[in-house]
Design a protein around this ligand. Structure first.
Ligand code: NAP
Ligand code: MG
Length: 403
């Protein structure tokens, strides 16, 4: 067959450990035989980050901004143990943090669903996408341990010297204290990314905060979403037949559990962190969770939601067979190739993204699965295979679409 052509390169960010091994297998078996692949390659593996003093992460992030579509392998975020393991001169920052701060985006996470794996919540029939605001709040907090009696105050000094001051609490005993912030600009980007994603995927958008208790902070989030919706998106949503819906987070939690799924749930940073873990676990497996960072300028960075699967990698290094699930990483590639095709108006490349995903689902529906899934599947006879055999089975199914 003639390989599918590309025009603009995809920004390819390689990574670490088991996912780096899967990355190469996916390219060799599922992409390169079908697509005349054009990428601008950045090695975000920890050895290269160390060698370049993390310059490679910055270069990759700016390339992601320049070209608009990127695909990323999971990477190690160094901690003390990794400093010794990899002989690091510095505890390099999380690559995802660096990429997010340069692209300024919102992270959308959605589960890949198959018939034989039933969500823990019986009513869920369609995926629930969590949109997490990836800036500020408790992740950029300032906190004190209060050792004894004293007065805590909130003070803001404007550029012109005018001050706002208020007592937070008169401590009569030891305690704790925390300061949080967010910015209108970041909240507005979050809102626009969510509205764009909802339109692009034709799904309703829900947004929830605790505005009844946080009457200024959370209320500001609610107001910004509403203003942007009314001024920029109301007509477009009506034309697309989708809705925007705000509710209190308590109410949202109850409605999500009773729902059928099939919508986007936008959450503040902390809510999104916690709820995405809950939703992905309830859908079945972290290895089946896709993740895409969407910037307000319309740049897309695709990845798997899981990490580098270190435990499997150590077994792999000892020569043992591993059954690591490549689904989320394959869907990062299919998502990125389809988006590249959409931006460059290449229908064949878009179709390839669809076919690759369909071939993955066909394979799972044939009962061929990695071990993490074979234990969960119901109503189907399963064969647990290693990663290589699983990818080979997907290849066979993919070839049928191009026979
Ligand atoms: P992890 O790599 O997601 O793995 C945690 C466990 O989940 C695994 O040991 C495995 O369980 C299961 N699992 C995850 N993905 C799987 C897959 N594809 N197939 C089968 N099982 C899978 O998280 P971690 O061990 O906490 O973190 C490892 C490294 O990844 C850390 O260095 C961390 O910094 C990094 N990390 C990177 C990202 C990212 O780049 N986006 C995100 C999270 C973590 P069993 O061992 O029980 O089979
Ligand atoms: Mg979390």
């Amino acid at each position: 067959m003639n390989k599918i052509a590309m025009t603009t390169p995809l920004v390819e960010m390689d990574g670490d450990e088991m996912t780096r091994i899967l990355w190469q297998m996916i390219k060799d078996e599922l992409i390169l035989p079908f697509v005349d692949l054009k990428t601008e390659y950045y090695d975000l593996g920890l050895p290269e980050r160390e060698k370049t003093k993390d310059q490679v992460t910055l270069d990759a992030s700016y390339a992601a901004k320049k070209y608009g579509v990127s695909v990323k392998c999971a990477t190690i975020t160094p901690n003390a143990q990794r400093m010794t393991e990899y002989n690091l001169t510095e505890m390099w920052k999380s690559p995802n943090g660096t990429i997010r701060s340069i692209l300024d985006g919102t992270v959308f996470r959605a589960p890949i669903m198959i018939d034989s794996i039933h969500p823990a919540v019986r009513s869920w029939k369609k995926p629930i996408t969590i949109a997490r605001h990836a800036y500020g709040d408790v992740y950029k907090n300032t906190e004190f341990r209060i050792e004894g009696k004293g007065k805590a105050e909130l003070l803001f000094t404007g550029e012109d010297g005018t001050a706002m001051r208020q007592t937070i609490y008169d401590f009569e005993c030891p305690g704790v204290l925390q300061g949080l912030y967010n910015k209108d600009t970041s909240i507005a980007s979050f809102a626009r990314s969510c509205f764009e994603f909802a339109l692009g995927s034709r799904q309703d958008l829900w947004f929830s905060t605790k505005d009844t208790i946080s009457k200024k902070y959370d209320h500001r989030f609610k107001d910004i979403f509403q203003e942007i919706y009314d001024n920029e998106y109301k007509t477009k949503f009506e034309e697309a037949g989708i809705t925007y819906f705000y509710t209190l987070i308590d109410d949202a939690v109850a409605r999500v559990i009773r729902s059928e799924g099939g919508f986007i749930w936008a959450c503040k940073n902390y809510d999104g962190d916690v709820m995405s873990d809950m939703v992905s676990t309830a859908f079945g497996s972290l290895a089946m969770m896709t993740s895409v960072l969407v910037s307000p300028e319309g740049n897309y960075e695709y990845e798997a939601a899981h990490g580098t699967v270190t435990r499997h990698y150590y077994r792999y290094l000892k020569g043992e067979e591993t059954s690591t699930n490549p689904m989320a990483t394959i869907f990062a590639w299919s998502g990125a190739l389809r988006k590249r095709g959409e931006k460059d108006n290449l229908p064949e490349l878009m179709a390839f993204g669809d076919n690759l995903e369909a071939a993955c689902l066909d394979t799972l529906n044939q009962g061929i699965m990695t071990k993490d899934l074979s234990g969960l599947a119901e109503g189907i006879e399963t064969t647990a295979v290693n990663s290589g055999d699983f990818i080979a089975a997907i290849r066979k199914n993919l070839e049928k679409y191009y026979a």
